[in-house]
Design a protein around this ligand. Structure first.
Ligand code: APR
Ligand code: PHB
Length: 390
């Protein structure tokens, strides 16, 4: 089997890369370890930056997003018993769109398959070879048979636990990491959102986030211990905790509803450098992880593949390798700014078990400053809606 660009992973990064390349006449094959049902059912992030929305429209997969995505022109920060709005539109002229990654994944898979794109689901034992030479290869098994896919380039879009980053020689890679002493317990619940906009709550019981997927579907998170046991969190306890952290009239207005999904996500900041090794490119979670507080993970994955699609398009059109060589640095400049923002939002809003009373005072002062100063709230807003692409 042969293709121009072999892609490992059918998450948002791999699927969008495949779609962008297809629109420029470049052929891809995606190898995905899981089934289509599994990939389409995973509940993940939900906030798209303006630049991500524009990219999805350009990639011709924006029709449903434009129809059912919710445009949000601000968020609220809740602390000290009050809520404060950050007005994105007024501060930056931009907005974000709330649209589940699950839905985006379905749109992308639908578009790829409708155009005859090749996605091998349930590809087993994928391995990556010869990316330091001219003809890299992907080996895999499917239905008991061994296959070899020979390619010009490999897109390593296989997430944090994938095989691509792990195939790079250790001494060729520098990694930077921070773990946090807490996790997020999330539920997707059949109940209307308590507010039209997302509410990020700093509270002495811990952080909480009130998000949504539609006018009848809420996505809610509470800070918990990293080793928390889900069995100890029946729905009623989660709703009580959400109400306690939200406080005020909104807590009374919050309606419990049946939960469709419940999970615990660890919090981590991680970057691997560089993001290219010869003809292997890492993109999305394969190269970097951000804690979810800034809603940057999916947007960073989209920004990476935008840069990569341009680089490969230039190569196939002209034989020039300038953009390929610039890929890693171009992505990492954005990645580190998103790391900084995600770390900062996380630090400002969570309760750290080891903190000192001094730290508590600083945290409240930070929130007071961010919500009271036009300069500081603009800094939050311009990062949240997405820094300019280039
Ligand atoms: N072989 C083939 N496929 C693999 C392998 C492997 N060895 N390992 C992982 N995969 C697949 C996973 O099953 C998954 O479908 O790679 C895909 C990676 O997708 P994501 O984890 O969604 O990563 P990415 O596409 O980079 O998207 C980043 O998605 O989950 C969010 O927080 C994340 O918002 C961020 C965005
Ligand atoms: C979500 O809706 O899942 C969501 C929203 C904002 C975040 C993180 C997650 O910062």
């Amino acid at each position: 089997m042969r293709t121009q660009v072999g892609i490992v992973g059918a998450g948002p990064a791999g699927l969008l890369l495949s779609q962008l390349l297809h629109l420029r006449g470049i052929e891809t094959v995606i190898l995905e370890r899981r089934s289509r049902e599994y990939v389409e059912g995973r509940i993940r992030a939900g906030v798209l930056e303006q630049g991500t929305v524009d990219l999805l429209n350009k990639a011709q997969v924006g029709e449903r997003m434009r129809r059912v995505g919710l445009v949000h022109e601000g968020i609220e920060l809740s602390f000290g018993g009050r809520r404060h709005r950050i007005d994105f539109r007024a501060l930056t002229g931009k907005a974000v769109t709330v649209y589940g990654q699950t839905e985006l994944t379905k749109d992308l898979i639908g578009a790829r398959l409708a155009a005859g794109g090749k996605i091998v689901f349930e590809a087993e034992d994928v391995s990556v070879h010869d990316f330091d030479r001219d003809r890299p290869k992907l080996r895999f098994r499917k239905g008991g048979r061994a296959h070899v896919l020979s390619c010009d380039f490999i897109g390593g879009c296989d997430g944090f636990h994938g095989v691509c980053r792990a195939s790079v020689p250790r001494d060729a890679l520098t990694t930077y990491e921070r773990t946090y002493p807490f996790a997020w317990l999330g539920i997707l619940a059949e109940t209307p959102p308590v507010s039209d906009e997302l509410i990020y709550c700093q509270h002495e019981r811990g952080f909480a986030l009130f998000s949504m997927r539609s006018p009848s579907l809420s996505r809610l998170y509470i800070q918990c211990a990293p080793d928390e046991n889900l069995d100890e969190w029946p729905d009623a306890r989660i709703w009580d905790e959400l109400r306690a952290r939200l406080g005020g009239d909104a807590a009374e207005a919050l309606q419990s509803g049946p939960s469709l999904e419940k999970s615990i996500a660890p919090m981590r900041s991680f970057v691997a450098e560089p993001m290219r090794f010869g003809r292997l490119f890492l993109a999305g979670d394969a190269a970097h992880i951000v804690p979810p507080t800034g809603a940057k993970g999916l947007n960073l994955a989209a920004a990476d593949v935008r840069v990569l699609a341009r680089a490969l398009t230039e190569f196939y059109a002209s034989g020039r390798t300038g953009l390929i060589e610039a890929y890693s640095d171009a992505c990492l400049r954005r990645v580190w700014k998103a790391q900084r923002f995600s770390w900062w939002m996380t630090s400002m809003l969570h309760r750290f078990p080891e903190r000192q009373p001094f730290d508590d005072r600083l945290q409240l002062a930070e929130l007071d400053y961010v919500t009271g100063s036009i300069a500081a709230s603009t800094a939050l807003a311009e990062n949240y809606v997405g820094l300019p692409l280039d």
